[in-house]
Ligand binder design. Structure first.
Ligand code: ADP
Ligand code: MG
Length: 482
């Protein structure tokens, strides 16, 4: 090997690098590439010297793909780059050479968390080749997860059981279950972001070595556009390919736009899926309804598990309220919690919003939270959003008025007062809600539609003939009209 070969090889590399970066990145080229000194060519391995560990890390962070490409171009598919770092003056400046081969294996789990420390130690100055160590960057990727939205405080109910337990399974064995991708969808405010975040946190807790990354689809799109402008699209894609668990929130944002973003994501998706990395996606629509998204992407989204989150029933709403209160260290009577839970039934975000407004009101006005204050507040709150009277709510009001526990309606009891309460609930459910007779029957003690029809007729008749029932019906009517 001629001594000057390494200089020639590096000079050619520089040509390509300079060309690739273009005149607009001239400063970057001067700053990061000119100071690199070629030292030696060892077979297809070029050894270069860089001025500092930071310099090396910067190259690694920003120009990994470019360097890889250039080296392979010059030295063939087995081409490798090794670094020698000029250390602190007090340390003898013998070159430090990496020993790790350059194949780009994702599976290499490199325990490099303590790398910067090692570099400064005299006896541990061997640093691995950047082409092999996604680990270096891996440890540096902040997950962007919120510490507050955990699986523990994601209240379980019929409405979310499948999604929640699938989420847990994914966190236990990311990428290995058949829930890949895990696709979570629901209307707004029903817990998609919370659950996706929670799965990320749990994964990190159970697998501290895994890189988890949460991004909104909007962020992803912006980053992609910026990378395109800066000529770093490859770095962008490479960055995402290093993640073990990728969470993309609100993918519906791409519908009808961001075709190039979708393409990039498609490649990242394939790559991650191939390497058993977990993908979690949320959306306000099921995959099949995401028209305007690339068809081949939609087909990928259907590969794994598609789990939806429904609006919580009243028991779950109560549990959510109780949990929020416990978290905040606030005590509140059951009657108040019930009132809120029965009246706010659109989604969890509104439920929380109502609770927060109530707490704020009471502390601003130095008033205790009483049922009256709650009623005033919630009624105002509900008026401004959409108020929908549900069968649950009707049952609750009827039972409260008759001084019965609300469960009475669900029981099979034939006691007169319970039968009557059930009939009243059915009557008002038919009158006020849009639910079918079958649904009303099902929710009022699991009866069939004929029973509901019979109940409605009975109450109509009694209303004409029975003063007590007439008074009761009028009274209830007023309550529902409030
Ligand atoms: P989405 O992403 O579906 O619009 P979010 O995840 O933002 O909904 O949820 C809205 C709010 O409701 C968040 O503050 C979240 O913590 C809360 N939330 C939703 N579902 C639950 C649940 N099952 N248990 C506790 N909090 C919940
Ligand atoms: Mg969300």
């Amino acid at each position: 090997m001629i001594e000057e070969d390494y200089k020639r090889v590096w000079a050619e590399c520089l040509e390509v690098i300079k060309d690739t970066l273009g005149p607009e990145n001239r400063k970057a080229y001067d700053t990061w590439f000119i100071p690199i000194v070629p030292l030696q060519l060892d077979g297809s391995t070029l050894i270069v010297q860089v001025p500092s560990p930071f310099f090396y890390e910067y190259l690694e962070d920003h120009y990994l793909n470019l360097l890889k490409r250039v080296i392979r171009l010059q030295l063939g598919p087995n081409g490798m780059l090794k670094y020698s770092i000029v250390m602190d003056q007090t340390i003898p400046s013998e070159p430090i050479v990496t020993t790790v081969p350059s194949s780009n294996q994702r599976s290499v789990q490199n325990p490099v968390t303590d790398l910067p420390v090692n570099i400064n130690k005299e006896n541990a100055r061997v640093i691995p080749n950047p082409f092999v160590i996604p680990g270096i960057q891996k440890t540096r990727i902040p997950s962007q997860l919120s510490p507050n939205a955990t699986l523990e405080n994601f209240v379980e109910g019929d409405c979310n059981r499948l999604a929640r337990s699938a989420g847990y399974a994914v966190a236990e064995k990311p990428g290995i279950t058949s829930f890949n991708p895990l696709f979570l969808h629901s209307h707004v405010g029903l817990g998609k972001t919370h659950l996706a975040n929670a799965i990320g946190l749990k994964t990190k807790e159970l697998h501290p070595d895994k890189t988890v990354l949460y991004v909104t689809s909007e962020q992803f799109m912006q980053q992609y556009a910026e990378a395109g402008r800066a000529g770093n699209t490859n770095d962008f894609i490479h960055f995402y390919e290093m993640v073990d668990v990728l969470i993309i929130d609100d993918i519906q944002f791409w519908v009808g736009r961001g075709q190039r973003t979708q393409e990039a994501f498609f490649h990242i998706f394939n790559r991650l899926h191939q390497h058993n990395c977990q993908i979690i996606i949320t959306s306000d629509k099921a995959p099949g309804e995401l028209q305007g998204l690339e068809p081949r992407l939609i087909s990928r989204l259907k590969w794994g598990l598609n789990a939806d989150l429904q609006a919580p029933d009243v028991e779950t709403r109560k549990a959510i309220l109780r949990q929020k209160l416990t978290n905040d260290g606030i005590e509140m009577g059951d009657d108040i919690i019930e009132y809120i839970a029965y009246n706010i039934n659109t989604n969890v975000r509104e439920l929380e919003g109502a609770l927060i407004s109530l707490i704020a009101q009471s502390s601003l006005n130095h008033r205790q939270i009483t049922l009256d204050l709650t009623k005033q507040m919630i009624d105002k709150y509900v008026q401004s959003s959409s108020r929908e009277i549900t069968i649950d709510y009707i049952q609750k009001v009827v039972c409260d008025t008759l001084d019965l526990p609300v469960e009475a309606i669900q029981q099979t009891s034939r006691k007169r007062e319970i039968v009557q309460a059930r009939q009243l609930a059915m009557y008002f459910a038919k009158k006020i809600t849009k639910s079918s007779l079958a649904v009303i029957g099902m929710q009022c003690g699991n009866k069939d539609h004929a029973t509901v029809l019979h109940a409605c007729k009975t109450i109509e008749n009694l209303r004409q003939t029975d003063r007590f029932i007439r008074g009761l019906v009028d009274d209830l009517e007023k309550k529902f009209a409030e």
